[in-house]
Design a protein around this ligand. Structure first.
Ligand code: FAD
Length: 381
């Protein structure tokens, strides 16, 4: 006998936890049963999330640090800028997992199960979710298991990755300005790619230094590590430090149609649903916004396949990815022109997909136009 739930959420990462919490917290869903499944207990600090947000927000009680200035460095331009009314905020993965799992445990209608999901079968009006020991049936199922293979099985859309290794370091002497987060430092050798350093200072002696690429292929681990070491020694001018923790990540950057695998009763969420911003890899806040949209959508009781839609921002992202895929060395020039020509506030608004057409044109015209015109023609043809 299969166990039936109204909603099954596969994966208790960012998207799964946000959705489970929203369904548990909203009185509208009190009569609905929700099963949240993850193979992990979510007890390790496996990532650090950063996002920008205007003023106060829902995560403020669990954020570790926020910055009101960001720095950008290119080849010929660099600046530290105030970002008010935005703040750049940092949240430790483990603090998020603990806080959300605690809330979820307090909801009578939500159950968390630690189990490996081995199959998900869409039967149109319901979905079967198989774990090692049990088969569950869900009227609606939300799946956040992401499979890179899907992206590589198609050629219509280029696939880049935001890939990085970061070191959390502690130095003997002051080396950081704790008030300024380095959003992108392109002053490092590009080696034919789009490569930059990302630096989050927690205090004058503690910070995260991350070597990041927007490119098609990952590197050997040693190459990221050598670059971080070189940056700490030559740019931060520090030789005496301790590596406290490391993190690594690999976020897909693609305009692939993630909704192709959705059905009336099955929706892919989080990175698996295409909720990562294709041109930057930022996912956390877009997941927060999409979760709100999804909860409102569920109240309308429509087929899940009609949830996703494409808009003009999808096309802008596609053009940037086409350019970087064709010639990966162009990233530094594009980001440098963008930060030189537009305020960080306008750039954040654009990346949040909240700009009007006039603002879009201002952003686009600050970038090297010939790259985008060529990419547009190639797509149209
Ligand atoms: C190190 C790192 C740093 C990042 N930093 C940022 C950042 O600063 N800002 C930002 O916006 N984005 C960031 N991202 C990108 C993105 O926000 C995260 O990857 C985010 O966790 C994606 O959420 P998700 O729900 O799609 O996937 P996940 O959070 O990865 O959740 C998927 C869940 O599914 C579970 N799972 C997988 N397979 C199975 C299975 N077979 N059975 C059961 N459970 C399964 C996993 O255990 C996991 O808990 C970062 C990513 C990484 C890896």
């Amino acid at each position: 006998m299969q166990k039936h739930y109204d909603y099954i959420i596969i994966g208790a990462g960012a998207s799964g936890l946000m959705l489970a919490n929203a369904l548990g917290n909203d009185p509208y869903f009190r009569g609905k049963t929700v099963l949240l499944i993850d193979k992990d207990a979510k007890k390790t600090n496996d990532r650090t999330w950063c996002f920008w947000e205007k003023n106060e927000g829902d995560f403020d009680t669990i954020i570790t640090k926020s910055w009101s200035q960001i720095q950008f460095y290119g080849e010929n331009y660099g600046a530290a800028q105030e970002i008010a009314p935005y703040k750049y905020k940092m949240l430790r993965g483990l603090d998020f997992y603990n806080s959300y799992l605690n809330s979820i445990r307090s909801y009578d209608n939500v159950t968390f199960l630690q189990a490996l999901v081995t199959a998900v079968e869409d039967h149109k009006n319901y979905v079967e979710v198989t774990t090692q020991n049990t088969v569950f049936r869900g009227t609606k199922v939300f799946n956040s298991i992401f499979n890179y293979k899907l992206l590589h099985q198609q050629t219509k859309y280029p696939v880049l990755q935001q890939h990085f290794i970061g070191w959390f370091i502690k130095s003997d002497k002051p080396i950081f300005n704790a008030e300024k987060a380095t959003f992108m430092d392109f002053s490092i050798p590009q080696k034919g790619n789009t490569r930059f350093m990302y630096v989050l200072p927690f205090s004058e002696t503690e910070g995260l230094v991350e070597y990041t690429l927007f490119s098609a292929d990952t590197l050997a681990e040693q190459e990221y590590e050598n670059a971080i070491k070189k940056y700490i020694e030559e740019t931060l001018r520090c030789t005496e430090y301790e590596i406290v923790e490391k993190e690594k990540g690999n976020i897909p950057m693609s305009c692939y149609d993630f909704s192709a695998k959705n059905g009336n009763s099955l929706l892919h969420i989080g990175i698996a649903g295409g909720w990562a911003k294709a041109s930057t890899g930022y996912t956390f806040m877009s997941t927060y916004r999409k979760t709100k949209e999804l909860v409102a959508f569920l109240k309308k009781n429509k087929p899940l396949s009609s949830f996703t839609h494409k808009d003009r921002y999808w096309y802008y992202d596609l053009l940037l990815l086409d350019i970087l895929y064709e010639d990966n060395s162009k990233g530094r020039r594009i980001f440098e022109s963008l930060f030189r020509g537009s305020s960080p506030q306008l750039i954040f608004k654009f990346l949040d997909e909240e700009t009007n057409i006039r603002e879009d044109l201002k952003i686009i015209s600050s970038c090297p136009k010939s790259y985008f015109i060529k990419a547009l023609f190639n797509r149209l043809l």
